[in-house]
Ligand binder design. Structure first.
Ligand SMILES: O=C(O)CCC(=O)C(=O)O
Length: 247
């Protein structure tokens, strides 16, 4: 569980590094499944270079929750659920139509351009990065602009194009690098600007990207196929629906 000070820090900066790591045995299984997905070239895949569709050019494996149940097991591990519950309450869902991928970032992988996933708005989406491999300054660890989820003005959500110079932006100078251990978990408000530089090593830097949000207690339609309840219940606090003619 997060302490009051952890929560204050999260609310101020927009990110929280979970204490501890996933069990090594689980991370090994994640990597074994991911190795097979890459070597068998299982689509949908985002390529580093669309003209070179070979395993060493896999940039991203999409739709991981349809690939193997080990990804769901990792994304719903108790140490993640405990942190999420402190931040967003007990009723937690995973969105399958957002993120839901593994960044493979092979050696030489070009940057993840600066972006914020959402415009700041009330209903927070938390991005969870679950590290299958250690992430370092050399292999292009994520950088986050602390506090950028609280910007009181509109800012382009995607100010850069795919191959722009990652450092040629104010975001770079305002950001902090977040090296992470193998098995580590980083949670951040998806409205924060973030991105990651070129992987200048010759090895991959794998991490799962998962979108979490609190179940919306005002949602009338509870059975949305793009939302998986992973903790708590689909509570309903809205008016009766359909709204009665007399009440
Ligand atoms: O893996 C990273 O460094 C960035 C991840 C990210 O922004 C994403 O997967 O959308």
């Amino acid at each position: 569980m997060l302490t009051d000070e952890d929560l204050w820090y999260f609310k101020t900066t927009g990110f929280h590094q979970v204490r501890g790591t996933l069990p090594e045995e689980l991370v090994d299984r994640l990597n074994a499944v991911t190795d097979a997905q890459i070597s068998d070239i299982i689509e949908p895949i985002v390529w580093e270079d669309k003209n070179e569709r070979t395993p060493d050019k896999v940039r991203r494996l999409s739709k991981i929750f349809d690939r193997d149940k080990v990804y769901h097991e990792a994304a719903t591990h108790t140490i993640i659920l405990n942190a999420l519950e402190s931040i967003m309450g007990p009723n937690i869902e995973i969105l399958t139509n957002k993120h839901n991928h593994i960044m493979v970032r092979p050696g030489g992988s070009y940057p993840v351009p600066w972006h914020s996933g959402e415009e700041p708005y009330d209903h927070m989406i938390l991005t969870g990065l679950i590290y299958l491999e250690e992430s370092t300054m050399e292999n292009g660890c994520i950088r986050i602009v602390p506090g950028s989820h609280n910007r009181p003005f509109n800012n382009k959500r995607r100010p850069q194009k795919q191959r722009d110079d990652f450092r040629d932006t104010d975001h770079y100078y305002r950001s902090v690098p977040m090296p992470m251990p193998k098995g580590g978990i980083l949670l951040f408000n998806d409205c924060c600007f973030h991105g990651s530089d070129t992987n200048v090593t010759d090895r991959s830097r794998r991490s799962m990207t998962v979108a979490y949000r609190a179940h919306d207690a005002h949602d009338v339609i509870k059975e949305d196929p793009e939302k998986i309840l992973i903790h708590g219940e689909k509570a309903y606090n809205g008016h009766p629906s359909p709204f009665p003619k007399t009440w």
